[in-house]
Write a protein that binds this ligand. Structure first.
Ligand SMILES: NC(=O)c1ccc[n+]([C@@H]2O[C@H](COP(=O)([O-])OP(=O)(O)OC[C@H]3O[C@@H](n4cnc5c(N)ncnc54)[C@H](O)[C@@H]3O)[C@@H](O)[C@H]2O)c1
Length: 377
């Protein structure tokens, strides 16, 4: 196969490109080496940066339609990863997120449909964020609560309830849960899914939207202050600085190691699939923020103190973890890396990296100044 990987110089993309090359595929990467992710003097530091590796690297913005057009030439498949990824940042850079995430995806799908019908499959990087809150059970019903009320959050009432204030029991979120994005980032990802479905039905290109949970691991950007809780924590833990734990620390995420995610993408490129489908990609295990922070602190042998501040941000959810049944049945995918093993590998890699300037406080204050949550200085 010849595969176009947009965003192929990023965290997930760079591992995916390694995997595609070692499986004997040709790869084109289109990536603008965004300074927010790659630093102010961005350079391609992927393992495949020499042309010998069989990778064509196009440094271009995914919004550049001519560059996309050229990159699509003779490709059999596309994995579309290029995106802005900061949930919080998306709440005030709305048109920029719309442009990079949604408008560019529309242009990509249009080019494939009208000019590059040799592309038989498109894998869209979607996100668990499309669900908003995860799924819960109330008696015998499955409930997906709406966005949490800021007044309840201010009062320290973090757990979602139903509209009558009844407490709910968390369950794994299946793909059939009604999506209710609570951030602009999530809204762009859901819109892309819809674009993909309509184009697949109309033109016959297979489109699969993979809803990644919280992906972590070696090579994740340590410089981007807008996303990646483990990057932000690890930067501070390496300096033994205090860690601001939002809410009460019991909010949870499904942390899935990048090597598992890359396997799921490779399977999605080859499996027999319906013309359009969404598939969860996660570990299937919820872990509280406090627990993951404690594990990471142990792995990094850090003395950082945890400050449980009750802070919160608009757009954040309380819990969500993947129901992996569809990934198992359609892709034959099951995650293999335990959180402990993944955090060990991540920590050993982090220790080989320079400690970047910590800009997370600045990123948080941008939100606080717009009233998008309560964030301590
Ligand atoms: N990492 C996660 O936890 C996670 C979770 C859910 C979904 N996703 C999605 O997976 C995809 C890959 O995420 P990642 O973690 O590897 O992110 P990343 O930030 O490490 O990589 C994104 C890549 O896209 C490139 N890029 C950004 N804007 C671009 C533009 N305008 N033109 C061209 N290239 C551009 C960046 O330079 C970067 O190399 C994204 O679409 C993201 O939304 C990631």
């Amino acid at each position: 196969m010849k595969v176009l990987v947009t965003g192929g110089a990023g965290f997930i993309g760079s591992w995916l490109v390694d995997s595609l090359i070692s499986a004997g595929n040709a790869v084109t990467v289109l990536d603008n080496l965004s300074p927010q992710i790659h630093g102010s003097v961005p350079r391609l530091d992927a393992t495949w940066s020499d042309r010998e590796a069989g990778v064509e690297f196009i440094r271009a913005d995914v919004r550049d339609k001519d560059a996309l057009d050229a990159a699509l030439t003779s490709c059999d498949a596309v994995v579309h990863l290029a995106a802005e990824t900061g949930t919080g940042q998306s709440m005030y850079r709305v048109s920029h997120y719309y442009d990079v995430n949604q408008q560019a995806t529309a242009a990509l799908l249009e080019l494939i449909a009208t000019k590059h019908s040799h592309v038989r499959r498109v894998v869209l990087a979607s996100s668990r964020s499309v669900y908003g809150e995860g799924a819960y059970r109330l008696e015998d019903k499955i409930v997906v609560p709406g966005s949490r009320d800021p007044n309840r959050l201010k009062a320290g009432l973090f757990e979602p309830t139903d509209e009558h204030g009844n407490s709910l029991t968390l369950i794994p979120t299946p793909e059939s849960a009604t999506p209710q994005p609570s951030s602009i980032y999530a809204a762009t990802k859901l819109a892309n899914e819809t674009l993909g479905r309509v184009m697949a039905e109309a033109y016959g290109t297979t489109v699969v939207a993979l809803r990644f949970q919280n992906v972590y691991g070696e090579r994740q950007s340590l410089k981007n202050p807008y996303t990646g809780i483990l990057s932000i924590f690890s930067n501070r833990m390496r300096q033994n600085l205090p860690i601001n734990i939002f809410e009460d620390g019991k909010e949870s995420r499904d942390f899935v190691h990048v090597s598992d995610v890359v396997k799921a993408i490779a399977l999605a490129l080859e499996a027999e699939l319906p013309s359009y489908t969404t598939i969860n990609v996660g570990s299937g295990v919820p872990t509280s923020v406090l627990d993951v922070a404690a594990e990471l602190r142990t792995c990094l042998d850090s003395q950082s103190e945890f400050q449980i501040t009750g802070d919160f941000r608009a757009g954040d959810i309380r819990h969500c973890y993947a129901d992996g049944a569809r990934a198992r049945s359609l892709l034959g995918f099951s995650p293999k890396v335990s959180l402990r093993d993944g955090l060990e590998a991540f920590s050993r890699w982090v220790e080989t990296q320079a400690i970047p300037e910590d800009r997370s406080a600045q990123a948080q204050s941008e939100m606080a100044s717009l009233g998008l949550g309560k964030i301590s200085a």
